[in-house]
Design a protein around this ligand. Structure first.
Ligand code: C2E
Ligand code: MG
Ligand code: MG
Length: 411
């Protein structure tokens, strides 16, 4: 695989042999310029001279080591993407990764030396996703078609259950937008949300999802199911100031208790709009709604930034959850994330539970809830009630839960 946009990599390593191995791999992958530094000081001055796209940073170096390089970069507010490399064990590498992120540096991940092409490519794909280049490759839908779909109500929510990892009780559902296309069938959000965002229609999407959710909540409540519903907020909608009053107006009219509505904001959205995000978050919480940090572990929000937010829930990204038992180096990160969340009294939710092993692993780490294909895929509202019934029968529970048994946690 070639990465067309990759310009410039700086390899900081005291071993000439390891620098050469890394340089060969970077050349294969398609970097246009490859620079070398034989120690931390030299690396820092090269970064100051010209900011590279990516730094491969060795941890163990005489005098100024990799940890000190990161501390210095943070102090000078220099933020190249960083991949930590080391011959040491994965636990040390992942601890340093976490330290870099909590300093606010964009650390893509860590690799054990000697580097391997496939592993570096995996991490670079992450850089690609972050820079939005993935969207370019995606087959985005036409703007005019999306406008019509919004107007005619073809964009609807699917519901994915969230369950307790201890005992499996249904705890809530996330609403995920789908375009029900008359000819093409169901279109996933990745193909239309970027277009909605670039046209400034995100508030409209949020409010439509909310309206669907509130009506659905009432319908389910009449049948004895009072279920917390989560709605995704896009980064773009954190900028305006009309969103909150529109949300509050709809909530009041619906008579749905606000604590049953949870808004999810991604870690990246927060990092991008810190001041606005704090304002919106505070107002949502003042209105009694829940607030969740989505995709935690993919962005570069610092742990310190997060403690300033009135979150009620933390959703651990699927990249840290799916097949986690095969990724021992993630364990240290997961343990500290779950510990931090519980210290902040946040409900933890593991996203992307695909197997019983994922579920057991996250449960044993102390994560409270889970969501993922192993439990159920996102589904239309009509199928959701059937799923609930079937699950309750399997679990020998009464078919309609008593009203109020599914209280939201964390609010
Ligand atoms: P998200 O909020 O992190 O949602 C979770 C995504 O993971 C969903 O993808 C869900 O279908 C998928 N997923 C759930 N369980 C598993 C699993 O076990 N394995 C795997 N591989 N994937 C799983 P989906 O529905 O395609 O949504 C993608 C993203 O689009 C969402 O990520 C969210 O950021 C955005 N999105 C969806 N609906 C809305 C919306 O109404 N408004 C906004 N602003 N964004 C939305
Ligand atoms: Mg979400
Ligand atoms: Mg997520």
């Amino acid at each position: 695989m070639q990465f067309a946009d990759l310009q410039d990599v700086l390899i900081i390593d005291d071993s000439a042999l390891h620098r050469q191995v890394a340089a060969d791999i970077c050349a294969d992958i398609g970097f246009k310029s490859i620079r070398h530094a034989a120690n931390g000081d030299e690396g820092l001055s090269m970064i100051r001279q010209q900011m590279p796209h990516l730094v491969l940073l060795d941890l163990e170096m005489p005098k100024v080591d990799g940890v000190q390089v990161m501390q210095q970069l943070a102090a000078e507010n220099l933020q190249p993407h960083i991949i930590v490399t080391s011959g040491k064990d994965y636990l040390l590498i992942s601890t340093v990764e976490l330290m870099g992120r909590s300093l606010g540096l964009p650390v893509l991940g860590g690799l054990k030396k000697p580097l391997k092409t496939a592993e570096l490519q995996d991490l670079l794909q992450r850089l690609y996703a972050i820079s939005g280049a993935q969207e370019k490759e995606l087959d985005l839908c036409e703007e005019t078609d999306i406008r019509v779909a919004l107007d005619e109500g073809h964009i609807i929510p699917y519901y994915q259950p969230k369950v307790s990892l201890h005992g499996g009780l249904l705890k809530g559902a996330e609403m995920l937008a789908r375009w029900k296309h008359p000819e093409q069938g169901i279109i996933p959000p990745a193909r239309f949300i970027p277009v909605i965002e670039s046209n400034g229609w995100t508030t409209e999407l949020t409010l439509k999802m909310l309206e669907h959710g509130l009506a659905q909540w009432q319908d389910w409540a009449r049948r004895g199911l009072r279920l917390p519903l989560s709605i995704n907020l896009s980064a773009v909608s954190l900028k305006g100031n009309t969103l909150i009053s529109e949300i509050e107006g709809r909530l009041r009219k619906s008579h749905v208790p606000p604590r049953f509505i949870i808004f999810e904001i991604t870690e990246t959205a927060i990092a991008e709009n810190l001041a606005e995000a704090i304002g919106i978050a505070a107002r949502l919480r003042l209105g009694g709604m829940g607030l969740s940090i989505d995709d935690f572990g993919t962005g570069f929000a610092t742990l310190q930034q997060l403690t300033r937010f009135p979150f009620t829930e933390l959703k651990i990204d699927q990249s840290l959850v799916t097949s986690v038992a095969d990724k021992p180096h993630l364990e240290a990160i997961l343990n500290s994330v779950i510990e931090l969340a519980s210290r902040m009294q946040l409900t933890t939710v593991a996203e992307g539970i695909e197997t019983t092993t994922d579920l057991d692993f996250m449960h044993h780490r102390g994560c409270l809830m889970g969501q993922g294909y192993y439990i159920a895929k996102p589904m239309p509202a009509d199928n959701f009630t059937g799923w609930v019934k079937e699950r309750m029968q399997q679990r020998h529970e009464p078919t309609a839960p008593a009203s109020g048994t599914e209280e939201p946690s964390g609010s």
